[in-house]
Every structure is written in C-alpha cells, then in structure tokens.
Design a protein around this ligand. Structure first.
Ligand code: CTP
Length: 404
C-alpha cells in the first residue's frame, strides 16, 4: 500500500517514542521509505543509533549542524517527503506547531514543509484535556493537519484516560487511508464554500424561528472536500457539531449573516449550499423580550429571506465554476429538484428523499439523486459521510475535466 511513499517521521520526546521504532519497521513493511528527525527530548527516550539502524539513513537532529545542513538542508528535508508524520506528538510539539515556532530542527521542518502533516498525539490525560492543548488541537485541525488518536487507556504515567499514542496498526491504517483517499488530492489548489445547518431568525432577544437541520450532511461535505485538498470554508448556522477537520468554519445565526459571510468568502471554485436556510424572518425583531400583556399573541409579519444559493449562482463576475444546491423532498423528488435547478440557476441539485419511508432529517443515512443539466443519477441509500465523499469526488472529476 505504501510502495515508494516517502515518510518523514518526527519523533517527539515522550515515553511512547519507543513505539516509533516499531512504527518505522511496519511502515517499511508496507513499502514506505522512512527518514527520521529525532528531537532532543525524543533522544532521551530512543537512541539515535536505534533510529538510524532501522531507517538505514542518518538520523537528523540538529538544526545548526554544519554537516547536516550541507548534505541535506532542513528545507529539503521537509520537502522530500510525501507525508510528514509526527509520532509521538507531544503537547509541547503540538503547541509549537500551532504557534508556528521554529526553535529546533523538528519545528523548523514542520514550519517549512509544503507537504501534508499528520500528528499522533501522546501525553498525560490532563495535558491532553487541558484547554490550551485542546485549543492547539483545534488550530492544527483548522490548518489542515491530520490527526490519528490519541487512544484512551492506561498511560505510562500511571493514570488512565485519553492521551495514549494510537497503536502502530492504527497509525499505519491512517497513513494508508490518507494515501488511498487523498494521495492525488484532486482538489489541491481549489477552493470550496459550503453552507450548513439551520439558520435562526430572531423574534426578540430570546425567541427565534428555526428548523430541525442537524448540520451533519453539510459538515461531512466540508470535511470531504478538505480531505481532497480543497481550501474549504464552511458557513454554519447553530449546530451541536464540532468544526470539521481542516475546514475554516464561520459560525453565524441568521440567513442574512450567512449571506454576508458567503459573499465575503467568494471567489471559490465550488459552492455547495447544504444549509436549511429559514425561508422567512420577522420583519422587525423586537429589541426587548416581547411580554404577554393580555393583548393576545403578537402578530408577526414575515419577510422572505435572501436565497443564498440563487444569489451565488447569479454572481456576474465571480460565479463559482460549480454551484450545487440541496433539496429535501417528500414527493415528486426528481421533478421538484429539476424545477429548483432551473429556478435557482445552479448546476447540480442533490435531491434528498425525505419521505417517511426513507429517512428523516437529522438521521445518519440518506437516499439522494444527483440532478444535473445532463440527467439524473440515483445513488443508493448510504451514510451521510459516504454521500459526502461521493459528492466530493464527483466535484473533483467535474472541476478537473474528463482527463483527470
Ligand atoms: N437555499 C438558500 N437560501 C435560502 C433558501 C434555500 O441558499 N434562503 C438553498 C439551500 O441551501 C438548498 C436549496 O436552496 O441548497 C433548497 O432550496 P429551497 O427552495 O429552500 O428548497 P426546500 O428547502 O426543499 O424548500 P421548498 O421545497 O419549500 O422550496
């Protein structure tokens, strides 16, 4: 699976560093070539000699080594790899990465690389759970850094919980999946905008109009596009979901805020409007909480919200090459979707069959039909994650043309 793949392994200074020796062996078993950078702290746990013997190469340790720099500068070291794998990634190493420090060879190579990076964190449970670490984890995810683990279990420090280095087979699996799914990263250099979740339209400071959208499908699509290499921005209404990995997530509440955030994110190559935008908003939302004062319920005057999908599709100069909408339909699924395609002047509609027999909003599986100007594709019932990956690869095919 990893034949001829070049992996730059950065070994941080944690007790789990001993597992990096096994990791080198197993990566080589799969055909990968492994070159290693050992941090100073890492060398307290495994010896440079062990690492060099296993990699069959010298082990790189010192940023200011004259011989190293003349043979293989840190820039070249960071570029001559298909993947940079940090295992174990300590709390300190991850903090340095999140803040862009370049204090030693490992952090300098991580800052200088133009290659995908995967971290396998390993630390004490409290260190892992610390808000500072979690902030760094979120920053790294936003920067597109992939992560495998940590696992939960007994920790070397005698405590129990999350923070164990993922097992070697799991790390190998993550590396293989990365190369299988995204080795060509067909959307590298492309940009994508996704809208997701519901919108909330204020009635007064405490009440709002909303809908039941969970946001799962939009989040899955944003993550799938990012996984194929697209620089992805997601504008999301209120949801309970975590920001998807590798996606710049902008949280908004109302349809008009969503519209503004989308406009600010253009131009992009592809826009996928998955959000269940509230169709109406209250004409004038009250500044203060509306009280029951015996006069009966207030009359709410509703105004139609801007159609974000149609607006993006109508852009004169920076219309995305591909504009995709979603439609949730209970009957005449294809006919309604085709009408929507024509009305909103988008390129594709992903028609979601939400009739009671198939599934409901908020569920994990879905039955969709891809309606384009050229016809209709019926996709089998599948998970929202599978739909997202399928759609992302269809988008890549479309943007790259038939030869890709
Ligand atoms: N959409 C949008 N902005 C709106 C309304 C909808 O961007 N104000 C987008 C949605 O994100 C989705 C598509 O348009 O991509 C759905 O169209 P819509 O006309 O709202 O269809 P339904 O929600 O299915 O509602 P209806 O069938 O009632 O028209």
């Amino acid at each position: 699976m990893l034949q001829n793949r070049r992996i730059l392994l950065i070994i941080g200074g944690g007790i789990a560093a001993y597992k990096s020796l096994e990791l080198i062996r197993r990566l080589q078993d799969q055909g990968a070539g492994v070159r290693a950078i050992l941090t100073k702290a890492g060398s307290e746990f495994v010896t440079p000699l062990s690492v060099a013997s296993l990699t069959g190469d010298k082990v790189y340790m010192d940023l200011f080594s004259l011989t190293d720099e003349s043979e293989m500068g840190h820039i070249r070291l960071s570029r001559e790899a298909d993947l940079v794998l940090v295992a174990p990634a300590t709390a300190d190493l991850m903090a340095s990465m999140a803040h862009g420090h370049a204090r030693d060879l490992a952090t300098t190579a991580l800052l200088a690389t133009d290659k995908p990076v995967m971290v396998a964190p390993s630390m004490n449970v409290e260190m892992w759970g610390h808000p500072a670490t979690q902030r760094n984890v979120a920053t790294l995810a936003r920067d597109g850094i992939m992560q495998v683990g940590p696992a939960a279990g007994d920790l070397a420090c005698g405590e129990f919980g999350s923070g164990r280095l993922a097992e070697v087979p799991e790390i190998i699996n993550a590396v293989e999946n990365f190369f299988a799914a995204g080795s060509t990263r067909p959307l590298a250099g492309r940009s994508a905008l996704v809208t997701a979740g519901p919108t909330h339209e204020a009635i007064d400071p405490v009440r709002y109009i909303a809908n039941r959208s969970s946001g799962k499908q939009g989040y899955a699509i944003a993550e799938a596009l990012a996984a194929l290499g697209a620089k992805t921005t997601m504008v999301s209404g209120p949801t309970e979901l975590e920001d998807p990995r590798g996606v710049e997530t902008i949280r908004i509440e109302s349809a008009r805020e969503m519209l503004n955030a989308c406009e600010a994110s253009l131009p992009v190559d592809v826009a996928v409007c998955v959000a269940a935008v509230a169709d109406w908003r209250v004409n004038k939302d009250a500044e203060n909480k509306i009280k029951k004062n015996g006069g009966g319920p207030p009359a709410l005057e509703l105004l139609e919200n801007p159609d974000i999908l149609a607006g993006i599709a109508a852009h004169a100069n920076d219309r995305p090459q591909l504009v995709i909408g979603f439609a949730a339909e209970t009957d005449n699924v294809i006919g309604n979707a085709q009408a929507k395609l024509a009305k909103k002047k988008c390129d594709w509609i992903v028609a979601n069959d939400v009739s009671p027999e198939t599934g409901i909003m908020g569920g994990d599986t879905t039955t969709v039909h891809l309606v384009t100007g050229h016809g209709v594709e019926d996709w089998p019932e599948s998970s929202k994650s599978d739909v997202a990956h399928h759609l992302a690869s269809r988008i890549a095919d479309e943007l790259n043309g038939p030869a890709a």
